[in-house]
Write a protein that binds this ligand. Structure first.
Ligand code: AMP
Length: 400
């Protein structure tokens, strides 16, 4: 059975068609970009490695979706003969506010609630809605499912999700911590427990999703009880271009000195800071590791800061849960950067972590253990797959 997974941005549509079954397989994937601009484009690739690229005007999301469907059914580079073979559509949705604690089948009520959360994710939610409307127009009888980045973290207690702000601001604007990357945190924790033969309901787990965006979650007995991203995905650990945690006073000071507007400041904390800002070299961990190996002092400082901040979150989440059984490293950096894992996980024996530096070396893109056999706390690298989670949730909701 084929499931189409969509991640619609304001001017783009990222898609994957997955054949679901015992061993789900990506049959085709691609990206439509520059929707609404003068000239848009589509880049498509199938599982036979055929590629197709085209430049054409993509006036809106409906036109973009039609382009995707035409590519999927094309007799040369497509993978299905007819649109009837698409049995369900899963949408990634950035923000479900306090409405959604799990993935849901899309209906009018769900659409109204996603609309209601547009204020909280003004760049993302309106774009997801455009994708849903377009799908409803083009394939009206195909069931659609919404999978939220935030829903896994709705189990956080108020003591984790409230900010020390006047309570009325929470009541009026719903300002609180929501957390993101929920699909990834949930997926890697469940996958690791499957591999280990553990019941997630008995375990305390810290998941470190370290990619260009990064967040860390404390999962106690299967529920997210704290996570490092907050009201927006800027809070938490240091990221590729986002600050992570920062003294608010420092931001106000910078805004005043540099005469920044609110919109300038927003772009600054999201795009100009993090590892790119400190190093003034790159936001890409590979570039920083190379520069460090060549003796660049600033690259070294950046990598040390990065590891320090991740380490602090791991320690604090172990404190929050009164212990930890398993630490998981995932995301582009967590899965592939042996150097970052070593910096973060060495010298954690106070917590019962005995890091296996030999096993860690050259371990990339695999599900494996990187703690020694006598380590009290297990440490694993687990590969994440957010599209697969969306497809699995979609199948579960549509077909039971
Ligand atoms: P993501 O956003 O999950 O795709 O992760 C992107 C980040 O993963 C970038 O900072 C990359 O530099 C980093 N990354 C990917 N592969 C490697 C690698 N082999 N070694 C170090 N970092 C890597």
């Amino acid at each position: 059975m084929n499931v189409l997974v969509l991640n619609c941005g304001s001017s783009s549509i990222k898609y994957q068609l997955l054949e679901m079954g015992e061993n789900p397989e990506v049959r085709a994937k691609g990206l439509v970009e520059r929707i609404g601009l003068k000239m848009g484009c589509l880049a498509h690739k199938n599982n036979r490695n055929d590629r197709y690229e085209t430049e054409t005007e993509v006036t809106n999301h409906t036109v973009g979706i039609k382009l995707v469907l035409a590519a999927l059914t094309n007799k040369d580079y497509g993978v299905i003969e007819s649109l009837d073979e698409i049995k369900a559509v899963g949408h990634r949705v950035a923000h479900g506010g306090e409405y959604f604690t799990e993935s849901v089948l899309i209906n009018d009520d769900v659409i109204d609630k996603i609309k209601d959360c547009c204020d909280l994710a003004p760049l993302h939610n309106p774009a997801h809605l455009l994708g849903m409307y377009a799908m409803q127009e083009v394939l009206p009888s195909v069931p659609q499912v919404a999978v939220f980045d935030t829903s896994f973290h709705q189990s956080m207690p108020a003591s984790s999700y409230m900010y020390p702000l006047p309570y009325s601001l929470y009541e009026q604007y719903k300002i609180r911590r929501y957390g993101f990357h929920g699909t990834s945190h949930r997926f890697v924790a469940e996958k690791a427990c499957d591999i280990l033969g553990w019941d997630i309901k008995d375990k305390k787990i810290i998941t470190c999703h370290l990619g260009n965006g990064a967040s860390i979650t404390a999962i106690k007995y299967g529920d997210s009880v704290d996570t490092s991203m907050g009201f927006t995905p800027v809070e938490g650990v240091m990221m590729g271009t986002r600050t992570g945690d920062l003294d608010l006073g420092a931001l106000l000071f910078i805004m005043e000195k540099e005469k920044m507007s609110v919109s300038d400041a927003n772009s600054f904390i999201n795009k100009k800071c993090g590892t790119a800002g400190v190093s003034e070299i790159s936001s890409d961990m590979r570039d920083l590791e190379l520069a460090d190996a060549n003796g660049d002092e600033r690259a070294k400082l950046t990598l040390d800061m990065y590891a320090h901040r991740v380490k602090k979150y791991i320690g604090s989440y172990a404190a929050v849960m009164n212990g930890v059984d398993l630490i998981i490293m995932t995301g582009g950096i967590g899965e592939n950067s042996c150097d970052t894992r070593k910096r973060v996980l060495s010298d954690m024996n106070y917590l019962g972590v005995e890091f296996d530096a030999v096993k860690n070396t050259d371990l990339r893109g695999q599900d494996d253990t990187i703690s020694t056999s006598d380590s009290k706390v297990k440490v694993m690298t687990i590969t994440t797959d957010e599209e697969l989670v969306i497809a699995l949730d979609t199948v579960k909701l549509v077909f039971g």
